[in-house]
Design a protein. Structure first.
Length: 288
């Protein structure tokens, strides 16, 4: 009886420990949208925010009169704020999205902090600003991102931002612009900052607590973590839309990233369970 109680107790402790690890590892994916942007956009899940310029108003805010010609849209930018220490040591990434009836889910990847790779440039550039921890993510293409037919009543057209970084404390989305062919602003909302220069490589800075952060390129563990995060985010984002009902359902690669992180936590938990059971076996052997 005593032996069975020991085994049951050790197993239960190991299972509880493994379950506690999963939500802790998967935290940190949220996009925190400023109040003024939230009023004109939609956030159906934590890691995606979009502003609609055409579509079904029953699904949420639609800024139908904000842009006179959707066929003149060539890009967009988002102003974000992050914890600079996390940004430069953990890194972040995601996409600026142009979601429409004509083009489907059109995602332009971005990378920031330690995720920036000079040999693998992104369509969306990450600019620094004069304000520490504030960046501008901007995509400007050489062709319109929406068709003129997206202006029809039964169609939809949205500009959004997606976050793949699972380990950041959070990303605050504070401003956005919709851009024309030469970078002229067709629509603007929120608190935008002037871009300063393209962020080529991260510069490690002290955290708010005063602890020193490790410079980029000197920590192999950080590089491995970056690769794991990016591989977790490799799943393609998709959108399934019913033009009749106007309902849009989004599935993002960040969900896959969270699943993989959770799976890692579960694996670690099982390993703990194995250690605990092995300890129980040793106790039993000694008692014999």
């Amino acid at each position: 009886m005593k032996i069975s109680k020991i085994l049951a107790g050790m197993s239960a402790a190991a299972i509880v420990a493994s379950m506690a690890m999963i939500p802790a590892s998967a935290a940190g994916t949220k996009l925190n949208v400023s109040d003024d942007l939230a009023k004109i956009g939609r956030q159906t899940q934590d890691d995606v925010f979009a502003v609609f310029f055409n579509g079904d108003e029953s699904e949420g805010a639609v800024n139908k009169d904000a842009i006179s010609d959707l066929g003149a849209v060539y890009g967009a930018s988002f102003t974000i704020k992050v914890d600079n220490n996390d940004w430069n040591t953990i890194g972040g990434g995601g996409s600026i999205n142009f979601n429409s009836k004509s083009g489907g889910w059109n995602a332009k990847d971005w990378a920031g902090g330690s995720w920036v790779e000079d040999d693998k440039p992104k369509d969306t550039l990450c600019y620094t600003t004069e304000e520490e921890g504030t960046y501008v993510l901007e995509y400007l293409g050489d062709a319109p991102v929406f068709a003129t037919t997206d202006g029809d009543a039964d169609n939809y057209a949205a500009v959004g931002i997606n976050n793949w970084a699972a380990d950041l404390k959070g990303i605050d989305v504070v401003g956005m612009k919709v851009l024309g062919a030469d970078g002229n602003v067709l629509f603007e909302a929120g608190s935008n900052k002037d871009k300063k220069e393209v962020q080529k490589k991260p510069v490690a800075e002290e955290s708010s607590s005063g602890a020193d952060s490790t410079p980029s390129g000197t920590d192999s563990k950080k590089d491995d973590s970056k690769k794991d995060d990016k591989s977790s985010a490799a799943a393609t984002s998709t959108v399934a839309t019913s033009s009749k009902s106007g309902t849009t359902t989004t599935a993002t690669s960040s969900a896959a990233a969270s699943d993989n992180v959770a799976a890692t936590g579960a694996t670690a938990g099982l390993a703990l369970a194995g250690v605990a059971l092995a300890g129980a076996a040793i106790v039993i052997s000694k008692r014999k």
